[in-house]
Design a protein around this ligand. Structure first.
Ligand code: AGP
Length: 616
């Protein structure tokens, strides 16, 4: 996700934009840019500055802006790349051919390729690899018909597909900003003499607290001291006022107490964005980034996933989907172990590195070692042009937006779902699944963001169970097949957030030793979705109950049989057995978060941990 701010009528537009971008930087920090509308009448023009110095771009803009003209209105943007590398050319604001229209965008324009082709054919000269730039040229084309900025934006928005939040300025209407959105958030606001547009409240709280939420499809005309909102048909609408009870810092978290709870609740959006353009209406899947890699994929005879931590758990889940759907031998290995075990590889082996940051040194070196030993390599990462994205033969990106909390949540589920789409993609290439089954699974995958949202609706229930465990210091997590890596992830979350000793075991392994630890003080969390192995999980629960332990079961909604056996249940919506982890991990995230908060821990920065582990 990216951060947008636009201002008009303020004393010093450049300073206001830069201050706002500082508060939006958590939304993305690959690059940043500003555009100022300067001058009067026919002399009016746009002054633009952009920088792609990762995480330093805004400071660079301030340095470059020292000699900038004052300006009357302006746009600012901080970017989290989804289409086009994080370079200066791809940084926003984007301009049209005349250099008199500037656009900043947050979201993904799904039909940007077809729009770009039409614009190119009409003689427009694009200068970036982004989806966003097409909007500047669409608006330019409409302005050339004599439309004013509002009408030009209204017509342009009507041809866009996907999700977007847009702010546009035009030298021909120097004090006017026009903004519109679909799905991606956008707010507008005013004072007696100014007007503002922003991705979220934090960016403009220093200018005004008179703020309004722009509705889906609505278009706002923001001028100094005035706001006018119309619907997609151009009919006036009343914007809905925002009650702002936060200070600036809290506003960066959209009102959530911490980034971790914000990111847990962003999971449906992160999943939906990761699936955009990749799961098609008829239920098939598309991975456009792999088009040039397809011949190699057809030749693959074995897959090895290398990753660490939560990314390793995602890989353990994904490799089961590869085996079941693509009929490919697949394993997942801890990167720091894989690297030194002298793996036997060849060009029929695909080594897939999963890494949210794309910078984890253990995983990076495992990937490099695989390439040295002749394997083909692919990265699944959340950071465009990260170290691993550049090192691998191919890369597919999760689109979860920046994950600030050290404990991975939205990126973890986005990794799982993207790997599942990849597994279906390979199944189609290898002809290992029929069209009906491919379409069924693609539709089930497409439904997952909604199921995760339903599970999040049960957060209070999950927190109530956590309250019963707040004093516990020793917890078992058990699961079978895809439930086992979910158990691993649940144990990791409780360890890294609540500092509770938590161990995960394959449930079938308990009788081979660990069950000796079970007594009436023990607590076991069992991932018991109703898959093929569910009866065996019931037997495991009974074994544990017989020894006096407390059992918390993750169950499919309405599974009364498991509910009768367990002491507490964490119900989730049911889905296909191999897709269940995307939903089943949610209560375990909330459990760990709740126990950690009860213990007064800093959930965004847990002790001893770093968000990116760049040491061995
Ligand atoms: C997960 O909550 C932890 N923050 C950690 O295990 C993390 O998943 C691991 O360090 C891998 O990071 P990466 O995905 O950026 O490679």
């Amino acid at each position: 996700m990216c951060g947008i701010i636009a201002v008009t009528g303020v004393e010093d537009p450049l300073s206001t934009l830069l201050e706002g971008l500082e508060l939006l930087e958590y939304r993305g920090y690959d690059s940043a840019g500003i555009a100022l509308v300067t001058g009067e009448g026919d002399e009016a023009g746009l002054f633009r500055l952009r920088s792609a110095v990762r995480a330093q771009s805004i400071a660079e803009l301030a340095r470059l802006g020292a000699g900038a003209p004052r300006g009357r209105a302006g746009l600012g943007h901080t970017r989290w790349a989804t289409h086009g590398a994080p370079t200066e050319e791809n940084a926003h604001p984007h301009l049209d051919c005349t250099g008199r229209v500037a656009v900043v965008h947050n979201g993904i324009i799904e039909n940007h390729r077809e729009l770009a082709a039409k614009l190119d054919a009409a003689g427009h000269r694009r200068t970036s690899a982004t989806d966003s730039e097409v909007v500047a040229h669409l608006v330019e084309a409409e302005l050339e018909t004599g439309a004013d900025l509002l009408e030009a934006v209204r017509r342009s928005a009507a041809v866009l597909r996907g999700d977007y939040a847009l702010a546009i300025s035009y030298a021909g209407e120097p004090d006017t900003l026009v903004a519109t959105r679909r799905t991606s958030p956008l707010i507008i606001g005013r004072t007696e003499r100014a007007g503002v547009v922003a991705s979220d409240i934090a960016a403009v709280l220093g200018t005004t607290r008179e703020l309004y939420a722009l509705g889906d499809g609505e278009i706002a005309v923001v001028r100094p001291g005035s706001l006018e909102v119309v619907d997609a048909a151009g009919e006036p609408v009343e914007p809905s006022p925002l009650r702002v009870a936060w200070g600036v810092q809290a506003a960066r978290r959209d009102g959530y107490e911490d980034f971790m709870s914000k990111e847990i609740h962003e999971q449906p959006r992160a999943l939906a964005d990761t699936l955009l353009e990749r799961v098609l209406p008829e239920g098939t899947t598309e991975l456009e980034e792999l088009a040039a890699f397809e011949d190699e994929l057809r030749r693959v005879e074995r897959v090895v996933v290398v990753a660490c931590g939560s990314s390793f758990h995602a890989g353990e889940i994904g490799r089961l989907a590869l085996e079941r759907w693509a009929k490919l031998p697949a394993t997942a290995e801890i990167a720091s172990e894989f690297r030194y075990r002298e793996p036997v590889l060849d060009d029929r082996t695909l080594v897939v590195a999963i890494s949210q940051s794309g910078e984890t040194v253990d995983t990076y070196h495992a990937l490099a070692e695989a390439a040295r030993r002749g394997a083909r390599t692919m990265a699944i990462t959340n950071v465009v042009d990260s170290l691993m994205a550049r090192e691998a033969d191919a890369v597919i990106y999760t689109r979860a937006g920046p994950e600030i909390g050290v404990a991975s949540t939205k990126c973890h589920v986005a990794q799982i779902i993207l790997f599942q789409v990849f597994a279906l993609h390979l199944a189609r290439l290898r002809g290992s699944l029929g069209e009906d089954e491919l379409a069924r699974l693609a539709r089930e995958i497409e439904a997952l963001p909604g199921l995760v949202a339903e599970a999040l609706g049960r957060s209070d229930e999950y927190a109530a169970v956590a309250a019963r465990l707040a004093e516990v210091n020793d917890v078992f997590f058990l699961g079978r097949n895809v439930g086992y890596p979910v158990a691993l992830e649940g144990a990791l979350k409780l360890k890294e957030l609540a500092y509770v000793r938590a161990e995960a075991y394959a449930a079938g392994e308990m009788k081979h030793g660990p069950i000796s630890l079970i007594d009436r003080h023990a607590v076991a969390v069992v991932v018991a979705n109703r898959g093929a192995l569910w009866p065996k999980l019931l037997a495991n629960i009974e074994e544990i109950k017989a020894r006096g332990a407390t059992v918390v079961a993750v169950t499919d909604e309405g599974d009364e049989e498991t509910g009768r056996l367990a002491d507490h249940v964490l119900e989730v919506p049911a889905t296909d057995e191999l897709l269940a982890p995307v939903v089943s991990v949610v209560p375990l995230q909330v459990l760990a978060y709740s126990v950690a908060k009860a213990r007064g821990n800093d959930v965004d920065r847990p002790r001893n941990l770093a968000k990116v582990v760049t040491v061995e």
